[in-house]
Design a protein around this ligand. Structure first.
Ligand SMILES: Cc1ncc(COP(=O)(O)O)c(C=O)c1O
Length: 398
């Protein structure tokens, strides 16, 4: 079984196939894998969402086309940006509902990318925007997120001719997989550069609510003039534990939103009205996010401690569900890993623990997720991880 090696459409499907394969190998030995590769839902969503679904199911209007014009949803999304990220004014902003962040990223690509454009993206990354842009005929230039640059894109090192040609810069902060978050001064730098070279800045903000440090919880749209040159892609998948509902929104200046609306209307008919209406209460009162963040942080701390016992240097992130650690180079003297992928496969097959491998330059990493399912007993999961890794002799070159 070959693990995926690059960020392509095929690698995306291959990643899921690889995880399924690793699970079945371990199950074949009579035990369940511990899946720390996931970013799916792991706890129940807020009660008010479930009550909302029940109410909406009984309302005739909520079975009609939703389109993108349900003003109560749009208003609630703007309130959410104000309450969670402290946006002072949303006067020039508009939102368009989407099928989660995936839908938002595809909508942005469909609207703004044309054949021959140069698109900059951060790498490693979630393979949606770059793949969509490449399919539309753009040239995609991945900007490596290196530990030495604190997992931020090093735009200053790019040839100004490249920056002059670039039309879009797609980033994802808080970042999957590195867990890196943006600080206000970095955002100002990015916006200044995008202004100077007339680059449209897209932030995949799917993890924006999942932050553990007040300064890390930010929206790019709160910065002066940002909405004019920035589109933020939001999702309720992670923050409210409803990835299957497929609800999110893009937020930007009305001028950019006006360009996306006709494209959105052709792509789909908007998210179902019963979904849009059901999420309004949590957008208006997003308190659940704080409870979720403290649960995620506790899980990250417990996981980091156990991984540290077995030699990993697992630094706690300021946001996301993930611990991003250097991969071990061997397990004992005889099992030397050829790559992070080889290492992840070994950990899956030998210890029944799934994690996601990444390679950046000549560095090998593993991503462990705190969004694991635990049947309500997280401590049993930690004990089991610890027990399984006790037989290991992982060797690192930190
Ligand atoms: C970085 C990133 N962007 C987008 C998505 C897709 O999220 P959604 O469920 O909102 O489509 C994910 C899902 O894991 C993700 O990690």
């Amino acid at each position: 079984m070959k693990p995926p090696t690059s960020t392509t459409v095929d690698a995306y499907s291959a990643a899921f196939a690889w995880i399924a394969g690793a699970k079945s190998i371990y199950r074949g030995r009579g035990a369940e894998v511990i899946d720390l590769g996931v970013a799916d839902s792991f706890t129940m969503p807020p009660d008010v969402l479930i009550q909302g679904l029940q109410r909406s199911g009984a309302a005739l209007d909520d079975h009609a086309y939703g389109f993108h014009a349900l003003s109560s949803f749009n208003d609630a999304a703007l309130i959410y940006l104000q309450k969670l990220f402290g946006l002072h004014s949303t006067a020039d902003l508009e939102v368009i509902n989407t099928a989660g962040a995936k839908g938002g990223l595809n909508l942005v690509a469909q609207t703004f990318v044309q054949a021959g454009d140069l698109v900059l993206t951060t790498a490693p990354g979630y393979p949606i925007f770059d793949v969509a842009a490449a399919r539309l005929g753009a040239e995609v230039l991945p900007l490596p997120l290196q530990e030495g640059s604190r997992f931020l894109p090093d735009l200053e090192s790019l040839d100004p001719a490249v920056l002059r040609r670039a039309k879009l810069l797609a980033i994802n902060y808080p970042n999957n997989p590195t867990g890196c978050t943006l600080q206000p001064q970095t955002v100002r730098g990015l916006l200044e550069l995008c202004g100077k070279y007339d680059i449209l800045l897209i932030n995949d903000a799917v993890y924006a609510p999942i932050t553990f440090d007040r300064t890390a919880r930010l929206s790019l749209l709160q910065f002066a003039d940002a909405p004019q040159r920035c589109i933020e892609v939001h999702s309720l998948s992670k923050a409210f534990q409803i990835p299957g509902w497929r609800i999110g929104f893009v937020a930007t200046h009305e001028r950019l939103a006006a360009r996306m609306r006709p494209v959105a209307a052709r792509l789909d008919s908007g998210q179902p009205p019963f979904i849009q209406r059901s999420v309004i209460p949590v957008l208006r009162e997003p308190d659940y996010v704080e409870t979720l963040c403290s649960l995620v942080y506790t899980r990250l701390q417990r996981l980091a401690n156990i991984l540290a016992k077995h030699g990993f240097q697992a630094t706690l992130p300021a946001g996301t569900f993930f611990l991003y650690c250097r991969a071990p180079r061997a397990d004992g003297p005889d099992r030397v890993f050829a790559s992070a992928h080889d290492c992840a496969l070994h950990i899956a097959e030998r210890y029944g623990i799934i994690c996601i491998p990444w390679t950046t330059g000549d560095r090998q990493y593993l991503r462990f997720s705190a969004a694991f399912r635990s049947d309500a007993d997280d401590e049993a999961v930690y004990r089991e991880i610890d027990r399984r890794l006790r037989d290991s002799a992982l060797l690192f070159s930190h």
